[in-house]
Design a protein around this ligand. Structure first.
Ligand SMILES: [Zn+2]
Length: 539
């Protein structure tokens, strides 16, 4: 049998350091170049030398690509998809150590000379010698490295199962890599006659609270959606405040009611989503003047477990209606007391209603031209474009003002959960049992990975209105953002996340627990895959 390149803990450690050194912050040149480096690395493996067409790069967006590597056993149909993302967040927080953020061995040594700068927990971990520090070590290049090691071994030992390694860009921003990969997964399924049995992600374990020493596996992934609002008031001059109504005033009523609203919190299987919170609230007025601000926007973050976009829109609408009612009452009271004539009542409408109104008024052509004008602005991201489209339509439809226009801003990560799935339960039991037996490692199950992951885009289950409401109320839908819901619904296989232990993702103290990453988890995942192979042979 051929000598494995990545078959030992030391070899995995060296591979990790090399892969981390290939900088790949989201939306940088490094992110564009990264997958071809992984491809070159995997191309050294005998199996891929003999089957070069099983190792392919595919286009995502903005010049970015994702990589698929398929180990196909001649008589196996059942396939495990090994998912990872290779982009990382930025490194400014490393300060004068920034150039070492991508050199884990050097960085870890350097930090020892200035350990007093570190918070206590990180300092203790550093001194223990058990951790490797660096950007991307934990989140999540180790997951990719582990998958590379597994596919090499599976091919060398001719495991009777198929493994499809998929590594994608852009997870940290919009998941455009994974959204593009969905269609490719369907194509590969047909092309190679694959049956997808499990979508296995390798995101790291996140501590649940400071000092948490538990090891977790995740049988699902929390969802996230951003109900957002455009507030359109009536302009006036500061000298005549009662001849108009400002957008910040209207917004204040909704934001008060959205932030920490328990109606937008979910519970499932004993777990609870974090409460909703405001991510942004601002004027759309571009410069200072004595005209009052009559257009503003707000973006709210809502986590999901079971609800879909349609259910969120219904609740959001209810909250917005009560906000508008309270706003109208307060405003009319002031007008009464000061004997002023109110400019009107704030109404609540969905973006789809605004769009319908505008299309009836101006025709589809003009509406499309308005949208295209907004998309032409390269400075604006999808969030800004969403508000600007609604805003520009409202400027042309002022008969609807004052108003709160409800919409969705990207990204949207549907919640996904396989806790009821039999195979997933077998896998979880296996890791629990073997973790304890082999490594004295207590393993616990979490039903929803709380870090947001690409698993959101497989195993989609939603009949009816869930996604059509999202499509209809997302102003940038179909131009700069879309989600392949129909294709996602065709990728029906359970999801699971088993990755290495780490701490402080997205912080300068990001670090990976070496024993977990190089010794324990690769052995557990390998055993788990073999357990799946053997279960298959039995039935
Ligand atoms: Zn991640």
């Amino acid at each position: 049998m051929e000598q494995l390149r990545w078959g030992t803990p030391d070899a995995l450690r060296r591979l990790l350091c090399e892969v981390v050194s290939w900088k790949s912050m989201t939306l940088t040149e490094g992110e564009r170049e990264f997958p071809s480096k992984v491809q070159a690395k995997l191309a050294e493996v005998t199996y891929f030398r003999e089957n070069p067409n099983h190792l392919e790069l595919h286009d995502a967006d903005l010049g970015r690509r994702f990589l698929t590597a398929l180990y196909k056993h001649p008589s196996a149909k059942e396939t495990i998809v090994l998912i990872s993302h290779f982009d990382t967040v930025n490194t400014e927080e490393y300060g004068d150590l920034e150039e070492y953020a991508y050199q884990p061995e050097e960085l870890t040594q350097l930090l020892l000379t200035r350990k007093n700068e570190l918070p206590e927990d990180a300092r203790n971990d550093l001194q223990s010698g058990e951790y490797l520090f660096g950007r991307g070590t934990m989140d999540m290049k180790m997951g990719l490295v582990m998958h590379m090691g597994l596919i090499e071994k599976a091919a060398a030992e001719e495991w009777p199962i198929n493994l499809l390694l998929l590594t994608v860009p852009d997870e940290e921003v919009n998941s455009s890599g994974m959204r593009a990969a969905v269609t490719k997964l369907l194509e590969l399924k047909d092309e190679h006659q694959l049956t997808y049995k499990l979508f296995l992600n390798g995101e790291p374990v996140f501590t649940q609270e400071p000092g948490d020493k538990n090891y977790y596996v995740y049988s699902g992934s929390i969802g996230k959606i951003m109900p957002s609002a455009l507030f359109y008031g009536k302009e006036t001059h500061v000298g005549e405040p009662l001849s108009g109504i400002t957008a910040p005033y209207i917004a204040s009523f909704l934001t008060q009611r959205m932030e920490w609203n328990p109606m937008l919190q979910e519970r499932d299987l004993g777990e609870t989503t974090p409460l909703p919170v405001t991510l942004q609230q601002k004027d759309l007025k571009l410069e200072y003047s004595v005209q009052t601000p009559y257009r503003a926007s707000a973006l709210y973050n809502v986590f999901l477990m079971k609800r879909n976009a349609d259910e969120i829109m219904r609740i959001f609408e209810k909250v917005a209606k009560s906000a508008a009612e309270a706003c109208n009452e307060a405003y009319k009271r002031v007008c009464r007391e000061l004997s002023a004539e109110p400019v009107g009542s704030v109404r609540v409408l969905r973006y789809e209603d605004l769009l319908k109104h505008a299309t009836q008024k101006f025709g589809e052509k003009k509406v499309e031209a308005i949208k295209a004008g907004i998309h032409a602005n390269r400075e604006w991201d999808d969030r800004e474009k969403s508000f600007r489209i609604a805003d520009t339509l409202m400027i042309q439809c002022q008969e609807l003002a004052p108003a709160i226009v409800l919409l969705f801003a990207p990204p949207y990560y549907p919640a996904v959960n396989s806790s009821e799935d039999e195979l997933v339960n077998q896998c979880v039991d296996y890791v629990k049992k073997e973790g304890l037996a082999k490594f004295d490692l207590p393993v616990r199950q979490i039903h929803y990975f709380n870090g947001i992951s690409d698993l959101s885009y497989v195993n989609y289950r939603d009949e009816g209105e869930g996604w059509t409401t999202f499509q209809a109320n997302t102003p940038v839908w179909g131009s700069s953002y879309s989600i392949p819901f129909t294709e996602m619904a065709q990728l029906q296989a359970p999801v699971l996340n088993v990755g290495p232990l780490g701490k402080d993702a997205h912080k300068r103290t990001e670090r990976l627990h070496m024993k977990s990453a190089f010794e324990e988890v690769p052995v557990l995942v390998e055993g788990m895959i073999k357990m799946i192979m053997n279960t298959k042979i039995k039935d």
